[in-house]
Design a protein. Structure first.
Length: 457
């Protein structure tokens, strides 16, 4: 039998660009993802988020589904360009009004909102001035953060400034497979550092408006597992990749510093953007840390003749065979539930009482199951994924890790960034032609876990 603590929060997550649609509705301005989707060859099948799940118009139906599933909490993101079409300056009140309706409907359904201020859809106008490379964006983000809390902080009590800053920096600006599509390590280090400063600036701005809110970062994390840690090249690769993805933000927020291995190797690029007071400000108190976990990374010996340079690792002077082994999801990701337990226990052991509450803010898998002849969606692999990962969370809690809630990714199938509509993460199936929603078997399974607080996992 598995036990979760009393009051453990059971939720699901989405993001604005992936589900809202209504891209040209009610004054919304263009985002970097609108621009990226229009660039030939960037997104599978030329897909875009213009309609997506039409959540902007169908949110009452979607909240009714959340209620049917028994969700206690819902993590969503505000679309910055929907409220400030140019990123700063003139407000679009129709955008603010949409989130009034959404939040009020969630509360009426007794579902607690957790709001992300930035889930990758930067207003295009700000990108044209340098985007996250430009420190001016930090001030615009702080102003936007204050405006959001001023409007919604009476009803929303949990906020996270930036979703997955590693992705913002390295996939968007380092290897260019996400918007804005830049391939420049120097730019990516600038963006990475500016997300640290922006997190602190946003947090301070929000708390200056309301002192009763809870705030924290949302970080995508993974363990890096070497085939042979006795191989010095593999051991070095593990240390470097862990520093880039995990410790860069954890060390900044916990201790106001960056990992020494990064300063030893990339001091010129980092010191070019670090200004006096930046890292001291980074230690702003966080009420929680959100962890997005999907899979661990394998690190193996470099194979002669294998193209090492397609990988993000090559940006850091690390060449290895990272081909995953074992059964894979439709994303080509391995199944490593033990890694989630290890990660949660690691932070508890490393940081002790200094570690704030943890939430699993994303966890899920892509499988393409659709409606069968009976009209139902049978997705046993997703149920197994959720069961094994929730068991890992329970095991970590039993070892003292302060995990207070779990947000499954994703509530619905949606626009999966550069992969368009090819990959389905939802516990609710969406027919993108008709917008029909169908709760999958995994959704009903998850509903049952919520009912019994996970006691039968």
């Amino acid at each position: 039998m598995t036990t979760f603590p009393q009051g453990f929060l059971w939720g699901a997550a989405t993001s604005s660009y992936q589900i809202e649609g209504a891209a040209q509705t009610d004054g919304r301005g263009p985002s970097i993802w609108d621009t990226f989707c229009k660039t030939p060859g960037k997104v599978a099948n030329g897909d875009n988020g213009d309609v997506a799940n039409d959540h902007y118009n169908r949110y009452p139906e979607d909240i009714a589904i959340m209620k049917e599933l028994g969700l206690q909490a819902y993590r969503f993101s505000f679309a910055w360009p929907r409220m400030f079409p140019q990123g700063s300056g003139a407000r679009e009140e129709r955008g603010f009004a949409f989130y009034d309706r959404l939040i009020d409907s969630l509360l009426e359904a007794n579902i607690e909102p957790l709001a992300t201020l930035y889930h990758w859809d930067l207003p295009q106008a700000l990108q044209e001035n340098g985007g996250w490379e430009n420190r001016d964006t930090i001030k615009h983000f702080a102003d936007y953060s204050a405006a959001v809390v001023e409007r919604f902080g009476d009803r929303v009590k949990k906020f996270s400034p930036i979703n997955e800053p590693w992705v913002v920096a390295w996939l968007g600006n380092g290897i260019g497979i996400h918007a804005p599509g830049k391939k420049d390590r120097k730019a990516a280090w600038a963006v990475a550092h500016h997300t640290v400063v922006a997190h602190a600036a946003s947090t301070i701005a929000m708390r200056s408006v309301r002192s009763d809110i809870l705030t924290g970062p949302v970080l995508n994390q993974a363990n890096n597992i070497a085939d042979d840690l006795n191989d010095p090249k593999q051991a070095y690769a593990v240390d470097m990749l862990d520093a880039v993805q995990n410790r860069f933000w954890m060390d900044a927020f916990m201790y106001g510093k960056y990992p020494q291995i990064l300063m030893d190797n990339f001091a010129d690029e980092l010191n070019a953007v670090i200004k006096d007071g930046d890292l001291e400000a980074a230690k702003v108190k966080n009420d929680f840390i959100g962890i997005n976990y999907y899979f661990d990374n394998r690190v193996g010996p470099a194979v002669e003749g294998l193209d090492q340079w397609h990988s993000i690792s090559s940006l850091f002077g690390v060449a290895s065979d990272e081909t995953p082994r074992g059964p894979l999801t439709d994303m080509g990701w391995p199944l490593t539930p033990q890694g989630l337990e290890n990660l949660l226990v690691r932070w508890h052991k490393e940081h002790g009482e200094k570690l704030p509450d943890l939430y699993i803010t994303e966890n899920g898998c892509a499988y393409g199951d659709g409606p069968g002849s009976d009209g139902a969606v049978h997705d046993p692999k997703r149920i197994d994924y959720l069961q094994t990962h929730l068991k890992a969370v329970s095991n970590a809690i039993a070892q003292g890790s302060p995990v207070k809630g779990y947000y499954q990714w994703s509530l619905m199938d949606n626009f999966e960034w550069a992969l368009g509509y090819e990959k389905r993460f939802g516990i609710v199936h969406v027919d993108f032609e008709t917008q029909k929603r169908t709760i999958k078997d995994s959704g009903y399974w998850y509903r049952d876990q919520i009912k019994n607080n996970g006691s039968t996992i």
